[in-house]
Write a protein that binds this ligand. Structure first.
Ligand SMILES: C[S@@+](CC[C@H](N)C(=O)[O-])C[C@H]1O[C@@H](n2cnc3c(N)ncnc32)[C@H](O)[C@@H]1O
Length: 460
């Protein structure tokens, strides 16, 4: 038997870093780590250094590595629409249930993010700051020390309006010092997101967690572990905010995706509709009813995977089933073609299905999506309009008609269609939501409809 080749020191270092800090390095990036390994191992030798890294006494060395390897880029009021959604809608929605609101900023770097939450909450005045507790955690001890100092460079404040800067910061020789009453509202802790800490992640610990621009450096299995922990630590119906280039697609099915303006965020799914809805005064969402009862022929699983936006797996599952000309199977096939960018195939099936009355409405909708994806919004709007003529209860059809009409400046038509969408969404067929809901869920789509309506009223 031939022995497996011993892994090189750099490969072992890369593996240790990923295991301990979660940071994943592709082979093309190993050069960065090689320099750090050479420097840190100098004087003791690489083999001894790697052995020492696995010992319990290596804590101090891991702190040094966390400082050296993490990326701490951050600034005040980053991704502002998310922050506004948090303080204007999400947090006030819990006020009837609790006297103290708890927000966690996981991977808070030098503190700009949690302080932004504190500042914005004061500026907006929707929640009483004395009821708001904000905790920032980060694995980088130097970042945490700087966060506690709360003194910032003009670069950190680049997105803060001048009036806000004047009100909440004081110019000092070291930089802009945050007012003590805001600074003291945030507590910081040095903590590694990968470490087991059952007491910290106890159920119901937080109403909202911000974990933005953190997991993009982690491999999927690490993200899965962290997100599962966060889901457990949120109150029922709690919220999770991630960075714009981070997604839970294929990571967790515990959350539904919501949209507020141009910001996306997640809400922990719960078995019953929430008692308090977010501030947009949405009509109470119907009890979650995600997909149609699974058909016995295996299509239920495909629908489920589609609903979870696991398109590749959904396609593979569909392909593993016996070929059938059942309309539901053909619709699923067409939708999955669309998600894979195979517009011609999706369109061909769509045209075929549009000739049968049972599938005319969803098929027209699908043809609209194909045209929209090809950049033809006017053509798409025509198809969506055909879908609601075929099925006047088709809420999703109205939603697209309204959205495209608003974009085209046809505000009267947009308002009519969007009102129809919002009033019909509570009864929208679970099959339509699974096929075309894009992972938003009924409640998320309702929010989209209400936002669109609001945008119509803002047009002069
Ligand atoms: C790019 S910053 C994001 C800061 C802030 N959330 C924002 O969006 O502006 C990423 C932060 O995640 C922290 N981080 C990386 N790995 C971590 C881990 N395993 N545990 C805790 N924090 C970690 C880094 O130290 C860094 O400060």
């Amino acid at each position: 038997m031939i022995a497996a080749p011993a892994r090189t020191p750099i490969a072992r270092f890369v593996a240790l870093v990923e295991q301990r800090l979660g940071l994943h390095y592709e082979q093309g990036q190993w050069g960065e780590l090689e320099a750090v390994l050479a420097e840190r191992a100098a004087g003791r030798g690489v083999e001894l250094y790697l052995a020492q890294l696995t010992a319990p006494s290596a804590q101090a060395e891991w702190k040094v590595l966390a400082e050296r390897l993490t990326v701490g880029e951050t600034y005040f009021l980053r991704h502002p629409t998310q922050l506004e959604t948090l303080v204007d809608q999400v947090l006030p929605s819990f006020l009837r249930q609790t006297s103290s609101l708890r927000v966690l900023c996981a991977g808070c770097s030098t503190g700009e993010e949690p302080y932004s939450v504190a500042l914005l909450a004061r500026e907006r005045g929707r929640v009483d700051s004395s009821r708001l507790r904000i905790l920032g955690i980060d694995v980088n001890p130097r970042a945490i020390a700087q966060a506690r100092r709360a003194c910032y460079s003009p670069w950190s404040l680049r997105a803060v309006p001048a009036a806000m800067r004047a009100q909440w910061f004081q110019r000092t020789p070291e930089g802009f010092a945050l007012q003590p009453q805001v600074r003291d509202q945030v507590i910081f802790e040095e903590r590694n997101l990968l470490e087991e800490a059952p007491a910290f992640w106890a159920p119901g610990s937080f109403h909202a967690i911000l974990c933005r621009n953190v997991v993009l450096y982690f491999p999927p299995e690490v993200i899965r572990r962290i997100i599962a922990r966060m889901a457990q630590a949120l109150v029922p119906g709690g919220y999770l905010f991630m960075g714009p280039s981070e997604t839970l697609r294929g990571i967790s099915e515990d959350f539904e995706l919501l949209r507020g303006g141009d910001a996306f965020y997640y809400r922990l799914r719960q078995p019953t509709p929430p008692a308090a809805s977010v501030a947009l005064a949405a009509p109470p969402p119907a009890a979650p009813q995600k997909v149609a009862p699974p058909p016995a022929d295996g299509l239920g699983e495909v629908l489920h995977l589609l609903d979870a936006e696991r398109y590749t797996e959904a396609w593979a599952h569909l392909e593993s089933l016996p070929q059938t000309s059942q309309p539901q199977a053909l619709l699923l096939r067409a939708v999955l073609h669309l998600h894979a960018g195979r517009l011609a195939q999706a369109e061909q099936l769509g045209r075929q299905l549009a000739t049968a009355s049972a599938t005319e409405a969803p098929a027209c909708y699908l043809l609209g999506l194909c045209l929209e994806q090809a950049g033809d919004e006017a053509g798409a709007r025509g198809r969506y309009a055909a879908s609601v003529r075929a099925d006047p209860t088709f809420a999703l059809g109205y939603l697209r008609v309204g959205t495209l009409a608003r974009r085209a400046g046809d505000i009267v038509e947009a308002r009519v269609a969007l009102r129809m969408a919002v009033s019909l969404l509570p009864q929208e067929k679970p099959l339509h939501l699974a096929l075309f809901g894009g992972g938003f869920g009924r409640h998320g789509l309702m929010q989209v409809g209400l936002q669109e309506l609001q945008a119509c009223t803002e047009v002069p």
